[in-house]
Design a protein around this ligand. Structure first.
Ligand code: MN3
Length: 216
């Protein structure tokens, strides 16, 4: 099985002016495509056990990957999973959290506005390259904001991911240069809340899928 770059659900220019066309074009066609290409390359020399698995499976089963390939696969599989998830969570169409999701956000953060401020703050503070996430904790169903460095993904720590923003410089440097907090604020109008709500509502089946993934 070859990993493939998933089609973008909108055109490069559709998220303008919030995310500019040139950034989208480079980010998807160069950065994400390179993770896919490098992941395929790394798998060429991997044991048969690892072939035909989803990129998510690889992240959830890093202990089954030979040490000499582990950090390469962790990086490129993470880059592929995170970017695929990121694109799906954006949309040029205006949307709002569903009633259920809005209630959960209010419960965990006090209000939607407070949640957004906390998410922006967490994203601003990521040192170096990484991601800022809204996740649901499996242990108590609470929503939390987490950050990961490199291309690490909270699914490996018992969380279901709902929303992510990419805070690697390549995600914003062309338009915002060093103003990462401004970029984090700019992205809100293009968040696909319909997709975030779907992930929230599907979180139980997503957890089951991950648990099964561990057993394979
Ligand atoms: Mn990126």
């Amino acid at each position: 099985m070859k990993y493939v770059l998933p089609p973008l659900p909108y055109d490069f220019a559709d998220l303008e002016p919030h995310i500019d066309e040139k950034t989208m074009r480079l980010h998807y066609s160069m950065h994400h495509a390179t993770y896919v290409k490098s992941l395929n390359l790394a798998l060429e020399t991997a044991p048969d056990l690892l072939r035909g698995k989803t990129a998510e499976w690889l992240l959830l089963n890093l202990n089954k990957i030979p040490e000499k390939l582990r950090s390469t696969i962790r990086h490129h599989a993470g880059g592929h999973v995170n970017h695929s998830f990121f694109w799906q969570g954006l949309s040029p169409v205006d949307s709002m959290p569903s009633v259920e999701l809005a209630k959960a956000i209010d419960h965990s953060f006090g209000s939607f506005e407070k949640f957004k401020i906390a998410f922006e703050e967490a994203g601003s503070k990521v040192f170096g390259s990484g991601w800022v996430w809204l996740v649901k904790a499996r242990i108590d169903n609470d929503l939390r904001i987490l950050t990961t460095s490199g291309h690490d993904n909270p699914i490996t720590q018992g969380y279901t991911t709902l929303l992510v923003n990419d805070v690697w410089e390549h995600a914003y440097y062309l338009k915002h240069q060093n103003r990462r907090p401004e970029y984090l604020k700019d992205v809100w109008p293009v968040v696909n809340w319909v997709e975030v709500a779907r992930r929230y509502e599907d979180s139980l089946s997503i957890i089951e899928r991950h648990l099964k993934t561990y057993e394979l």
